[in-house]
Structure formats: C-alpha cells, structure tokens
Design a protein around this ligand. Sequence first.
Ligand code: GLN
Length: 535
Amino acid sequence: MDTKYIFVTGGVVSSLGKGIISSSLARLLLSRGFKVTIQKFDPYINIDPGTLNPYEHGECYVTVDGHEADLDLGHYERFTNIRTSRANNITTGRIYQSVIDKERRGDYLGKTVQIIPHITDEIKRNVKLLGNTGKYDFVITEIGGTVGDIESLPFIESVRQLRWELGKKCICIHLTYVPYIRAAKELKTKPTQHSVKQLQSVGIQPDILILRTEKDIPAAMRRKVAQFCNVDPDSVIQSIDVPTIYEVPIKMHEQKLDEIILRKTDTPYSGEPDMAKWNQYLDKLRNAKETVKIGLVGKYVELQDAYKSINEALFQSATYEDHKLDLRYISSEKLTDANVDEALSPMDGIIVAPGFGQRGIEGKFVALKWCREHNVPTFGICLGMQCMVIEFARNVLGLADANSTEMDPKTAHNVIDLMEEQKSISNMGGTMRLGAYLCRLAEGSKVAQAYGTTQVEERHRHRFEFNNDYREAFEAHGMRCVGENPESHLVEVVEMPSKKWYIGTQYHPEYSSTVLNPHPLFVSFVKAAIDNKKK
Ligand code: GLN
C-alpha cells in the first residue's frame, strides 16, 4: 500500500489542540473509507508518561496492549474507534534508550553516535513503523511540543528529512495561534508569521496552516497569512473555539481540510465523508435540554485533564441519554462526615476516581459510606473500587482497621493487597498490571445486564487487588464479586445488588468509551443517575 504521511506540528504556544486536529482529520479520512492511524511523538525524556504525576501532563492513558500513553491517544481512540498501541506513542526517552542499547550491543561498529544521523534515523524508523505494516493509507504523526523548543529539534529535523524522501507522499500541517487583542479589538497574525518563519528556518515549508482563534478570521486576513507564509490561500484554515471538541471535524470539513490533503497527496477520492452517525451525535448534543449532575470525588480537582477519559465517557453517555452533563469535581481531601451531606446530596450520581497513594483517601471512604447509605448511583473505578471494598469492610463487616496495603502495609485486615506478581518488582516504569484482560461476569448481575454479555475485555492499570480470603464474608453481607479473571481469579468487579447502582470495577472502562460507541457501563450508570434525579 502506498502509505501517505501527514505531520502535525504546533507553534506560538502549547495547548492549541494538535491532538484534536489530528483526531478530527483522522475521523474525516476514515469516514471517506481510508485506512488511517495516528501516532504521537513526545519530546520528553521519560520513557513513557506512566511515571509522570498527573499535574505534569494530565491523565495517563492505557492502550489495549498495556502501554502507558499520552492522553492524546485517548482523543485518537474516542474520535476514531481505532485501537492504538505501544507503537502509536514514542518519546525522546524511548528513542535514546533504543539508540543506546544498539550502541552497547556494538551495532554502530565503532562509529561516533550522534543526534544526526543516529537519533534522527531512529525517529524516522519509528515514524515509519506503522506505515510499513502496509495496513494504512494514511499515518498521521503529531509532534508534541512547540516549534522552536530545543527538545523537539531532532523530531523536526526528522520530519524535514522525511519530507525529502517521501515527496508527495508527505504533507505538513502547522497549527498556530491568532490572538485577539481586546483593547485594540484586533486579531493579530504576527505570531503565526514568526512561527512559520521558525519552521522554515529549519527547512520545513508547511503545506497547510490551521489558525486557532477565538474570533472569526476575515478572508482578507487569511489571504495575507497565505501570502506571507508561502501557503495556498485555500490551505489557511481557521479553527475557531467551538462548544465541544466533537464539532471540530465538521468545522474542518466545512473548510475542506480533508479534500485539500487528498488533493495535495495525489490521492484519488470522490464524494463526501459519511458523517451521518457523527452528526446524529452532535444533534443530540445540541438538543439536550435537561441536565444530569454527576459528582466526581478525587484528589486532582483543580486539573481538568487528570480524569480526561472519565469526563469524556460521562459526557458521551449523557448525550446519548439526551442530557447535558453537569460534572462537579469534589475534593476528596476536603470531605468529612460533617460536610459530606451538603457536598453530595445535590448530585444525581457519584463517581469515585482512580488514583495512587494516601492523599485524599479518607474522604473517599466518607463519600462511599454516604453513597451506600443514601442509595445513590455510585461508580468506583480502580482505586475507587478498592475504596468501596475497604469502606464496606470497615462499616459493614466491622473490620475497623481494614485497608489496602498500599496505604497501610501493616494493616491486620488487608482486604486490598499487593498482587502476587507485583511482590518481586522494584522498578516503577511499566511494571503494573497493564492493558486488556478478559473478565467473566456473573449471570444476572447488574454489570452483566449493563454490558448485555458475560464476557468482556477491559484495560487495567494497578498493583493492588481484592484479597480473595475475604470473598465469602463480603458475599454473605451483600457485596458480591461479580466479575473475575478466568485464569487468575482476580476480582475485577464488585456490586451491591440491593442498591440502585453500586458498582466498582478494578479496570478502567473509561479508556474504551468513544463517541460512536459509548461504554455500556457508563451509559447504564448515567441512566441510573437520571432515574435517581427523577425520584
Ligand atoms: N493504587 C491502586 C493500585 O495500584 C489503584 C490504581 C488506579 O486507580 N489506577 O492498585
């Protein structure tokens, strides 16, 4: 297959939404029947984001094959339904590690190992890895960071070289920012011109410019940008702020981004992309009148991106249930028995978030006790599920000191304990139980009803696990273990059948919820929250 490569770089400032643009473009090309994949190259030295604090780069996303990935891969999957993998996310750290390993093996035959050509060759090899499988018409590569950063230079240099090697099979999109100066009531294109100059100075002429803006950019101004930047006038596209990111593919198509790319890469095409289902979703989104209010109890409440996939999964499900989502972050660090009623009673449903470590943990127990006693739809995810188990052990089974050995290694009642396979591990990176595992669901359980099946595969990211020694006691007192790994017998799902909706999953269903396929457990939870609101 004649694979074409599309590179997406960013200029002026970070956080312009390269991931959303790449995802939107992928959506459009897929909807035209092309085979597409997207990958992200991150210029940091960490091998992967698995060891990063969420305050640094937001949520750590997990692929089916167990790679701890940048959260942009979540956008890729949500927009496209594509399943990404380890090969879709490369960091500077991975590139260097592989070059250094080769050097130690003697593969370079005594040569001096340098950034150019050895690092850039390794980058290029990785860029082409997915393309070389012959499975794709288009490989979209997003280069993290901003043009001009020291860190991204080797990546930009690799793009320059690839452009020469690939000729018309390669296209460069540069995303920049056009600020609106309120006092002068003017949009300013100077930062864009400078950013394109910077790209040109390292040998890359962008084919398409996408200008991120708060206000409509007049046609004359776009023509001016085209002229200054050596870009075709129809290839200067604006990306104006929209109410939701899911409108972006439509906005890009209105300006013919997909057609421009097909034309510039000499790719035969006809007709229009089939966006019928996508548009149905957007119609629901626009027409939703009522609101469902969900409280998310977690410790990263100031940071939107820390629970990105959960937010999006809730948002998608609410839309399919014809509701707007009102998502409130509730700081688990601040919750106490004295204020919990005030904080949680306005909510139609509660999610208790995943996480690591002691901070904010007691507030999660306070929240869960309240939820259980007030019979509010409650969804515990990963650490949230573990907290459900601990709270139940303390307050129903009467094991006052029950805990996870993550929080208290000496607890007498280790209802959550380190997994056997984790006991010998001391390295932090990529050593958790990661990726998709099979899970059998109990016939007739609420969770099996929600899925409409008793066999699912879901993604994991954890070291600790329900302690099966306590299983009988839990079951006897009303918390059932309704999901289990068929080989290891690890408990993956607990639920309280006596409650409206009280379910905890050791896995992360949020990672696999997409716009066109919202996750059945999130849909079921949101439905329960809506029913709860009506009552
Ligand atoms: N800290 C818990 C564990 O490692 C939960 C992890 C999570 O919530 N992702 O098992």
